[in-house]
Design a protein around this ligand. Structure first.
Ligand code: AMP
Ligand code: GLY
Length: 430
């Protein structure tokens, strides 16, 4: 394929992160023909085709890619990666941005991830792993701990399989809940770990199995309500670059986290191709500990980090997928600051209603809006269709202006039971 020919790209997923990916892919110097699998009303405006295939049927997707001469598949969410989508596509000779199911264990199994970190000397909280046949041993271990304790379901639980307990006594009660099926099979094995103090930040490394580049560090807001109150969600807003990740901290993340992970994954026969999402805790001294790994971009972090990139994201992801990362594809990973605020349905992350008409988007610049849980109803109206409905963004030379821009924009949008946090990026504002 020549430098100037069209690129035919399948984008897997249909949330806000994938809308951000779609927009970033379409900014390429090449003309990108986007095939949305399955997309959403925001992505659909950018896409040339919708891929009407069950995303669990990886062989059918590989057939589609061959029939349509697809150059690149970009996988947004973790589930298809854990289920082996990238393995099937790669075996069919298709370039795919996303790890194999073996490498996706870094996210899909907390036990795997912790043991991998221990094997390769990556800093992380002290921990033990127990399954439901080891309740007595788990209790004994908990009795030796002081202070807060963190319990994590081993398997994928959509960001909700983590419980922070005030003390060991509370953890003894909670852990029984895990073992008796509160998180289904995902909670049959539990990681018990020490509580880490500090500020959280996320660093995204675009990897080709051996080489990588980092994007701007971001801070997410996982709790549902202001002042970090309420239940954990998928993420209620984000901004980047996060000042807590100074150049010195970023250097530590490279040397102590990303590079040992890439070396370790290669040495263990599962080179990591895709986006390594390092969820970090940074203490007052600037020391870093890994809270979790994910094997894809964050949502809503993608909605801030991708738009800060000056360069050709399509070229970058395509080169990573082919195992030959082109670091010249990107000139800068942070052109100013970007902030996004998630507009959610009241009740999220619990139960909520759907089908409410969304008004006011016509007053916003397209670049400020990402669709997540939206759909076009039978009457042709744009309505709510999920917990996280939209992400509204602001971008500017300073973090203050970026935040102000996001809130100014979202005040023009309305739907019934709309809920959002009013304090996104407050940490960066001091
Ligand atoms: P995880 O799914 O592992 O990222 O956990 C979800 C959230 O729980 C994290 O974003 C943190 O806010 C919190 N958390 C997880 N592990 C720890 C820990 N060891 N110490 C403090 N907070 C934690
Ligand atoms: N926003 C956190 C995540 O994508 O896992």
């Amino acid at each position: 394929m020549s430098e100037n020919s069209d690129m035919r790209v399948v984008l897997v997923g249909g949330g806000g992160r994938e809308h951000a990916l779609a927009r970033a892919l379409c900014r390429s110097a090449r003309r990108v023909e986007l095939h949305a699998a399955p997309g959403n009303p925001g992505i659909d405006k950018l896409a040339a085709a919708a891929v009407a295939i069950d995303m669990n049927d990886h062989a059918a997707l590989a057939d589609y890619c061959r029939a349509q001469a697809i150059d690149l598949v970009v996988v947004g969410p973790e589930q298809p990666l854990a289920a082996g989508m990238a393995d099937v596509l790669r075996a069919a000779g298709i370039a795919v941005f996303g790890p194999s199911s073996a490498a996706a264990q870094l996210e899909a199994s907390k036990k795997f991830s912790k043991e991998f970190m221990r094997r390769h000397g990556v800093p992380t909280a002290a921990y033990r792993v127990f399954d439901s046949s080891q309740t007595a041993a788990a209790r004994e271990y908990l009795a030796t701990l002081s202070g807060k304790v963190v319990l994590k379901a081993d398997g994928l639980a959509a960001g909700k399989g983590v419980v922070i307990c005030e003390d060991a006594a509370a953890a003894v009660v909670e852990i029984d809940d895990f073992f008796t099926g509160r998180f289904g099979d995902a909670g049959a094995t539990v990681v018990v770990e020490e509580f880490l103090d500090g500020q959280e930040a996320s660093v995204f490394a675009i990897c080709d199995g051996e080489n990588y580049i980092t994007l701007a560090a971001a801070q997410d807001h996982k709790r549902a309500f202001d002042d970090d109150k309420g239940p954990n969600t998928g993420g209620m807003g984000a901004y980047a670059p996060a000042p807590v990740v100074t150049d010195e901290v970023m250097q530590r993340v490279r040397e102590r986290v990303i590079e040992p992970v890439l070396r370790g994954m290669r040495a263990e026969g599962m080179p990591f191709v895709g986006c390594l999402f390092c969820g970090l805790m940074i203490d007052d001294a600037g020391d870093v500990s890994v809270v979790e790994f994910n094997v894809r971009l964050g949502d809503p972090e993608a909605q801030v980090v991708l738009d800060l990139v000056e360069g050709d994201v399509t070229r970058l992801l395509y080169s990573a997928a082919r195992g030959a990362l082109d670091t010249t594809a990107v000139a800068s990973v942070a052109k100013g600051f970007r902030c996004c605020v998630v507009l959610a349905s009241g009740g999220y992350p619990g139960s909520y209603s759907k089908g409410h008409v969304i008004e006011g988007l016509e007053h916003l610049d397209d670049s400020q809006v990402y669709h997540a849980g939206t759909k076009i109803d039978a009457e042709g109206a744009l309505v709510t269709n999920g917990g996280r409905v939209l992400a509204i963004c602001g971008q500017a030379a300073t973090v203050e202006e970026a935040v102000a821009g996001a809130y100014e924009a979202l005040h023009k949008v309305h739907f019934e039971n709309m809920m959002y946090r009013r304090d996104i990026a407050r940490r960066a504002l001091g």
